[in-house]
Design a binder for this molecule. Structure first.
Ligand SMILES: Cc1ncc(COP(=O)(O)O)c(C=O)c1O
Length: 399
């Protein structure tokens, strides 16, 4: 079956007691035990498992082509479960360019607990190979990366990890199973903040890990999920499942709009760099074209400085001027968002201070482009000579 059909039908069956076509939300925290002590319907207590969560997990297994899934109360809880399933003294490799929260978790929480890590440029396969140690248990991939949209060749990195007896996990939140077949490419775990595109409407927090092998590591991960208990509520599962039904069609429109916005920005004189893997000038374009079916709804761009303002000042001015793009964090909803990541990430951030990240939503692309056009319009007009100067500062159009 094609993914559109899977998205509509997976994890959904006609309710045997009522005939309801759409699944009910099972709120019961506890389930009846039989006289012999067994649980005839397979459920005993809501934290361990419950029918609404199972429906969501089955849908995720089908979407990713995996064999098992575990859902969590947030994307970070899902990510954390993988690191918690490791052991003290293990070593992990993470990308230099990584979602801020994941990097912080590894450095500030798991570091003191005795998890070693190396941060490498994942686009440099030799660097990944060189960073492997005898105690490396996991290589963490995030592609496209947040917020610079760097691309990692999942198949190549998974091969390096497996050759050394390590596992490979990939944060697939941005591409979603619609655009990237993470498990088929060779990763052992596909991880999602379902808060983003899978939920799709900016109204539910959640996370998931899907695997294609039920190994001992997976058993430990389920221990973290079920005993640790950072699980999603039945209502959250139901909302996420409802979002999944339209995922393929939403992703098509997100990609189409983002492509148009990226081309508009790439031609704009006040924009120094556009980070979008769909642009041929993007250094990761070839990998993106190989491992993704389209280039996604996320992009970022860097605003040029001018005679009076730094690039950061101009970026903040643009973010403050948009009317359709809401200045807010997060991504993957129907509404377009704009965010100055540097000020969100704080002073240790490596994100360029003139960078704005866009989550391109489902509004009409002409309206989105018009909004950015008016926000970029400024009373300060750059002379050709100034523009040439700024181009010396920043490589133009792609980085
Ligand atoms: C790539 C990526 N992974 C994980 C997360 C964390 O997800 P959550 O906010 O649901 O914990 C985010 C949040 O923005 C993200 O962008």
């Amino acid at each position: 079956m094609k993914i559109e059909t899977i998205a509509v039908h997976a994890g959904r069956e006609i309710d045997p007691t009522t005939g309801a076509v759409m699944p009910p939300i099972h709120l019961s925290t506890t389930f009846q035990r039989a006289a012999d002590g067994s649980y005839p319907n397979g459920y005993s207590y809501i934290r361990g498992d419950n029918p609404t969560r199972r429906a969501l997990e089955e849908a995720l297994i089908a979407l990713e082509g995996g064999v098992a899934a575990a859902t969590f109360g947030s994307g970070m809880a899902a990510i954390m479960a993988i690191f918690q399933a490791l052991r003290t003294g293990d070593h992990v490799i993470i990308p230099e360019e990584i979602y801020f929260g994941t990097g912080k978790l590894v450095r500030e929480l798991f570091g003191p607990w005795g998890l070693e890590h190396s941060a490498v440029d994942m686009s440099n396969l030799a660097a990944v190979e060189a960073a492997m140690q005898p105690n490396t248990r996991l290589v963490w991939v995030e592609t496209p990366s947040n917020p610079l949209l760097k691309m990692t060749d999942i198949a190549a990195v998974a091969e390096i990890a497996h050759a050394a007896g390590a596992l490979c996990a990939c944060d697939s939140t941005w591409p979603t199973p619609m655009l990237q077949r993470t498990l088929a490419l060779g990763a052992d775990f596909s991880v999602h903040a379902t808060t983003k595109y899978l939920g799709g409407h900016s109204d539910v927090l959640g996370g998931a890990v899907i695997t294609n092998t039920e190994s001992d590591f997976w058993t430990r991960l389920l221990l973290v999920q079920r005993t640790g208990g950072a699980v999603p509520s039945p209502f959250d599962c139901w909302l996420t499942l409802r979002g999944i039904r339209t995922l393929p069609y939403r992703m098509r429109a997100h990609c189409e709009n983002a492509r148009k916005v990226a081309h508009f920005l790439a031609d704009h004189p006040k924009v120094c760099v556009v980070h979008y893997p769909g642009l041929e000038s993007h250094p990761g374009h070839a990998i993106a074209a190989k491992q993704m079916s389209d280039f996604g709804g996320m992009l970022s761009f860097q605003v040029c400085p001018d005679k009076l303002h730094s690039g950061m000042e101009n970026a903040l001015r643009v973010a403050n001027r948009t009317k359709i793009f809401t200045q807010a964090t997060s991504l993957g909803g129907v509404e377009s968002l704009i965010e100055h990541r540097y000020s969100v990430e704080g002073q240790n951030s490596k994100t360029p201070d003139n960078l704005l990240r866009l989550s391109v939503g489902l509004e009409h692309p002409d309206d989105l482009i018009g909004d950015l056009e008016q926000a970029l319009a400024s009373e300060i007009v750059l002379s050709n000579a100034d523009q040439a100067d700024f181009r010396g500062f920043y490589p133009r159009k792609s980085a």
